[in-house]
Design a protein around this ligand. Structure first.
Ligand SMILES: *Cc1c(COP(=O)(O)O)cnc(C)c1O
Length: 379
């Protein structure tokens, strides 16, 4: 899908908010701890290259992405800091990773064997940098079994081609009030670390945003900061933030059509909304193909510092709102973000449709152009 720039719907990203959030977190870390910015999924919809640049300026010392292509995008943009791919990469692409100095996650003993095998069969001279993933209870990727972990250690120690740069795990419940599952995962990671106690590993990391915010980045000399980087609360509304974050993203558009509709008329597909009296109805050039999904029917946008309800079903490219009076075509409308005294936070929006802030920002599609405020930070 191409970016639609001849249309007023746009994602606006305030780079100074991201800079602020990185610096806030850095100020809480000790001297031995550093910060890798998690910029996977196009930096949670914010634009990977722009975000990576501002994070580097603010003091991040590396990046995490989810797949090899995301890592290559950063390298092609001239970013030279360490990059770790957090998810599985086929050993068939190890040559690409080595040539671009990208670190890969070792997600299983099988993978390590395949990687070693691949490396012995090629003439590559540089070693492959790996971070060993321990599955302590997330149940996604990583080594679970202590016997496997011990065998992985043996394989890595004997290998001249695999360079163990990191060991890490991922917590599934760092953002909940009940910490018992978090503690179980801590115990398992401690046991895995004991197996490696006689080996120097440069990076030990356990901390996503939630672990960094609410568990003092337990056992980490580098943290993997994602959601908080963008100014969002990884727990949604469950836990209070320990310090202020600034939300970086807004979604805005403009009225493209305004009309008065008499009482008892229907609006939208399925005729699900009926006007109660003579009503002013505005049309917005944004719909579910942009990520404003149909569940947002009944939610409110903000126009002229006042709420306006989304009435009728959200269409693919447009949706309708009920206005308090006649507004001119071209009047700005805020979908997420501040307008006058009001703000539609991503957590309010997420709560309305029954999801988390992450899913909303990642769901904003490529059709929406991204515009940057305070771009001077990157220039
Ligand atoms: C996405 C991801 C993160 C970042 O998580 P946030 O909650 O956004 O901070 C960290 N580590 C891993 C392994 C991830 O997949």
């Amino acid at each position: 899908m191409i970016e639609s720039t001849h249309r007023p719907s746009q994602v606006i990203i305030d780079l100074s908010a991201i800079e602020y959030n990185v610096k806030q977190e850095l100020s809480r870390l000790n001297k031995e701890q550093s910060l890798f910015a998690v910029v996977k999924a196009n930096a949670y919809g914010h634009g990977a290259v722009e975000v990576a640049k501002v994070c580097e300026k603010a003091g991040a010392t590396g990046f995490c992405v989810s797949n090899l292509d995301e890592a290559l995008e950063l390298r092609q943009a001239g970013l030279n800091l360490p990059i770790l791919v957090l998810s599985y990469v086929s050993p068939n692409y190890i040559d690409v990773a080595i040539s671009q100095t990208i670190s890969l996650t070792a997600p299983s003993l099988e993978w390590l064997k395949e990687a070693e095998n691949y490396l012995t069969q090629t003439a590559l001279t540089n070693p492959l940098s790996i971070h060993l993933k321990i599955d302590t209870g997330m149940g996604r990727i990583g080594l679970r079994d202590e016997t496997d972990i011990a065998l992985a250690k043996e394989l890595i120690v004997l290998s001249t081609r695999l360079k163990l740069d990191g060991m890490f795990t991922h917590f599934s419940c760092a953002d909940t009030k009940d910490t018992s599952y978090f503690e179980l995962q801590q115990q398992r990671f401690t046991r895995a670390m004991d197996i490696f106690s006689d080996i120097e590993i440069p990076y030990i990391h356990t901390s996503n945003s939630a672990t960094a915010l609410w568990h003092d980045a337990w056992c980490s000399n580098v943290i993997r900061l994602g959601d908080a980087l963008y100014g969002l609360n990884p727990s949604g509304k469950t836990l209070e933030l320990p310090y202020e974050l600034k939300s970086a993203l807004s979604l805005t558009t403009e009225l493209i059509h305004v009309k008065q509709v008499s009482a008892g008329e229907k609006i939208g597909y399925g005729a699900t909304y009926t006007t109660e009296k003579d009503e002013w109805i505005g049309t917005l050039p944004i719909g579910y193909a942009d990520g404003l999904i149909r569940k947002f029917q009944g939610y409110h946008v903000i126009i002229d510092g006042q709420y306006a309800e989304i009435v009728g079903r959200v269409c693919m490219d447009q949706c309708m709102i009920r206005l308090s009076k006649r507004y001119a075509v071209g009047t700005p409308v805020t979908i997420f973000g501040k307008n006058g005294e009001l703000e539609n936070t991503l957590d309010d929006a997420a709560e309305f449709i029954g999801t988390i802030n992450y899913e909303i920002i990642c769901g904003l599609t490529d059709r929406l152009p991204r515009y940057y405020l305070n771009e001077r930070i990157n220039n």
